[in-house]
Design a protein around this ligand. Structure first.
Ligand SMILES: [Zn+2]
Length: 393
């Protein structure tokens, strides 16, 4: 079994180390210079070496990244999920083939050091399982480069889109890993009806759950409590996520702290990408109460907004900026959101820079993590299973 030695790697804690890798896993971490000289060597030259970023929420099927520019259409009377879904259907009909767009988006993410991903893929009465089939095929061709979890995402609702309950079940049978949901109250007008289907499929198929929840204020908070109760009732702690959870950002501190305790005890994770001028979950408060907070790009150049660069380090900067994170400890916590906390939320095995973990890592030209978060250095070498898969051109 051949060993590769990654020499002079700056660890997150500041130590300079040599990291031995064999069969795609880290087998030893020693102070720099003391390791066996026989192995093949790759010099990290004192750069920061961090685990691959965890893209916890993206949409590989609906991005126009790399396609022609699609000007953003505003909603006619404030943000309206139904209207945005209709805009998306119009835009998708004119877009380049999905496989091509998904590949471009994946290439972008990998070059930025993302090696683990959770992508939502539309499954509903309009597209059936066709988008899922395409993204499953793309995933297969990228399996040596990035690990991808796929969420069967009912973009058009579950109760409002005939046939979707059966399609979600069939999607898991076809290869999706996680069952999704969308605004049980405001979209489907029935929290219980919607969650009965989502948790029903999860229980039957033994899969995790990740629900888009845009609902604001107490409606959003109430829905989260319902999700927490069902999670505990089914013993699904650690396997349920709520994406966006904007409502948590609308609550006063006392109310937010109270529900944060419940979320933590239920083992429900919260995903935020700190978007635009929207209220978003209080990241520091949630983490203080023990909630796993993770992040993702969400939409990249799609029908929802024109932003996104597939860079989770940039996302950590955005989260820090919007959360008022200035101290080293706070900046490091934002970095944790896009790395280790993401791995926990996604239930990843073998994540991190430690003996026995997968040799999936990225080099950053920064002295330490807080500086990386505020400076977002772009020249990165990306290693998957110890093999170089991307480097600065
Ligand atoms: Zn989304």
């Amino acid at each position: 079994m051949s060993t590769t030695l990654f020499t002079n790697a700056k660890m997150i804690d500041g130590r300079l180390c040599d990291i031995a890798v064999a069969a795609g896993r880290i087998t030893a971490i020693e102070p720099a210079g003391v390791s066996s000289p026989q192995a093949e060597r790759i010099d990290i030259a004192g750069q920061l070496l961090v685990p691959g970023f965890v893209e916890g929420h993206i949409h590989l099927d609906t991005s126009f990244y790399g396609d022609t520019w699609v000007p953003h259409r505003p909603c006619t009377n404030g943000f309206d999920v139904h209207e945005r879904v209709a805009f998306q259907a119009d835009n998708m009909a004119k877009a380049a083939p999905m496989e091509e767009r998904a590949r471009k988006q994946l290439d972008l993410c990998i070059a930025n050091g993302t090696l683990q991903m959770r992508s939502h893929v539309m499954v509903d009465g309009s597209v059936g399982l066709t988008s899922l089939e395409t993204i499953l095929a793309v995933r297969e061709t990228y399996r040596e480069l990035i690990d991808i979890q796929i969420v069967a995402f009912p973009q058009s609702g579950i109760l409002k889109s005939p046939g979707t309950p059966d399609l979600l079940d069939a999607a898991i049978g076809l290869g999706a890993d996680v069952v999704g949901g969308l605004d049980p109250a405001s979209f489907d007008r029935s929290i219980d009806g919607h969650l009965d289907v989502v948790f029903g499929v999860a229980e039957k198929r033994g899969v995790s759950i990740d629900i888009h929840l845009h609902d604001a204020g107490t409606l959003g908070a109430f829905t989260i409590e319902e999700i927490c109760d069902r999670t505990v009732a089914l013993g699904m702690q650690g396997r349920v996520a709520v994406s966006h959870a904007y409502g948590l950002g609308d609550l006063g501190t006392d109310a937010a702290r109270k529900i944060a305790g419940k979320i933590a005890r239920s083992g429900v994770s919260i995903m935020t990408n700190a978007p635009g001028n929207h209220s978003f979950p209080p990241v520091a408060l949630l983490r203080q109460e023990g909630v796993t907070v993770f992040s993702g790009s969400d939409n990249i150049r799609d029908s929802w907004w024109p932003f996104g660069d597939g860079d989770l380090l940039r996302r950590a900067e955005i989260i820090s900026y919007r959360s008022g994170f200035y101290t080293d400890m706070d900046l490091a916590s934002a970095f944790d959101v896009v790395t280790s906390a993401g791995a926990m939320a996604l239930g990843l095995e073998g994540y991190g820079i430690e003996i026995g973990a997968k040799a999936d890592f990225v080099t950053l030209d920064a002295e330490h993590v807080p500086l990386a978060v505020v400076s977002v250095p772009k020249a990165r070498r990306v290693f998957k299973a110890g093999k170089l898969i991307s480097q600065p051109s």
